[in-house]
Design a protein around this ligand. Sequence first.
Ligand code: HEC
Ligand code: HEC
Ligand code: HEC
Ligand code: HEC
Ligand code: HEC
Length: 339
Amino acid sequence: MDFTMVRRGIVVVCLGLFGYVLVTLSGKLALRAENAADRVAEAYQGFQEGKCKSCHPAIWREWEGSMHAKAWVDEIYQEVASQIADRETKCDQCHAPEPILITGVGKMPELRNEQRETGVSCLVCHLDAEGAMHGPQASAETYFHANVTDPIYTAPTKLCSTCHGQPTVPEHDQISSFLNSKFAEGNKSCATCHMPIVNRLQSTASYESIKGRKHTWRGSRSVAQLRRAATLQLEILPEKVNVKLQSKTGHILPGGTLRTIVLEIAHLTAEGRTRQKKRISISARDENRLLPDENRTYVFDTPSSATGDTITVRLMYQLTPKTPESEWVLMAEKNHVVP
Ligand code: HEC
Ligand code: HEC
Ligand code: HEC
Ligand code: HEC
Ligand code: HEC
């Protein structure tokens, strides 16, 4: 046997292996470009090409159906913003922001020049200036991006307040009322109600299921969320009804300034004829929104009650002043038949 031949063979195999490793590394370490700005640009490109979606399909689907994904394309937003002369400095920066880890958590976001239609995208909440993804504890490494464990995600109220509680934008403030409430005690945060806990693989490249949170952010478009927002109780007294409302929402209710909650009390005869019907609006416009956990009693006179009459109280949610009554959402209802 010729030893030189064997040795040459080993050298060739080694070189080949080395080359293979080099080629795969340079191909796969997409976000490991030399320059931080290039890695950030590659994250944008990867987002656009569906890379985040392919490795994080469950989170992607949830985000895609959320109002964060629609924060720019949302017709209600575009309609209102189109009436603002300097919307680029007053409005658009939160509806299509630069990544907030880059512009500063807690600071007023800055308007993004690319991919505006993707609204509050994954990159807005996770990408840093180095091209790494910040998040809660991760169990696996990934060759596509670096992971940085950052405690701000575990109780993300401060992250959320970057857009949901800017002092100069009181129209969009869910934070102040939350911070002053029992809902902020202990480990509770905005995520407690808006990002339910779920055990799952965080990506298709993960090895084990770990505790994460759903990226659904259900709010005022969710009937289930609206049914949890407040409770309604009736106290029937001679010639009057006390309607007791208690807010179960972690912040001022309704949370947005475009919304109205309508409290309706109807007094019907046994035959279904209306004796009286009254409505009260609860909204920012009426300056009577409910504070978190607030108990409020409305008193209605029912002097003409007769046996068999029905008193019906309903709590309804109107998304915008233009939403027709047929589309209001029933939040709670109570009936009482006069004995
Ligand atoms: C500090 C960040 C920020 C700024 C600046 C901002 N918004 Fe918003 N906007 C939000 C957040 C957060 C929400 C969701 C919470 C809410 O409705 O309060 C929202 C929701 C809205 C909605 C409700 C959309 C719906 O789903 O019905 C409208 C309309 C809107 N914004 C218009 C505007 C207009 C017009 C401006 C400029 C005058 C503006 N926003 C400026 C953060 C911002
Ligand atoms: C090649 C697959 C792959 C691609 C592509 C990918 N990720 Fe990941 N990502 C992972 C893996 C693996 C983890 C770690 C998951 C685990 O611990 O189970 C992860 C974790 C994360 C985390 C959590 C980090 C932490 O420390 O908690 C975030 C946020 C994230 N990815 C966002 C993104 C975004 C945004 C994109 C698109 C720009 C993206 N990922 C593209 C595989 C990928
Ligand atoms: C970079 C800005 C930004 C950050 C950070 C942010 N949001 Fe939002 N959020 C928005 C905007 C803008 C909207 C309004 C979208 C619309 O309706 O047009 C919104 C809407 C929402 C809604 C309303 C959904 C609905 O259907 O009514 C909820 C709930 C919500 N955000 C919760 C959160 C929570 C919880 C956090 C923190 C984990 C958070 N947001 C972080 C900008 C942000
Ligand atoms: C409004 C801000 C926001 C947006 C937008 C957002 N995330 Fe997150 N993400 C969070 C927060 C807060 C957590 C921490 C949840 C927890 O405690 O587990 C998180 C956690 C994660 C994790 C860790 C696993 C888990 O479930 O906790 C991954 C992976 C992740 N996000 C990927 C993504 C991807 C991919 C997108 C886009 C499709 C995205 N995120 C959009 C705020 C956001
Ligand atoms: C105890 C549960 C709870 C907590 C904690 C909570 N929310 Fe909500 N949130 C709700 C409920 C219920 C609704 C639906 C009623 C409404 O629209 O106000 C809601 C609605 C919203 C909306 C939609 C408002 C609108 O008009 O469309 C936004 C935005 C929001 N929450 C953001 C936040 C943020 C940011 C935090 C943290 C400061 C937070 N929430 C904490 C229960 C909670």
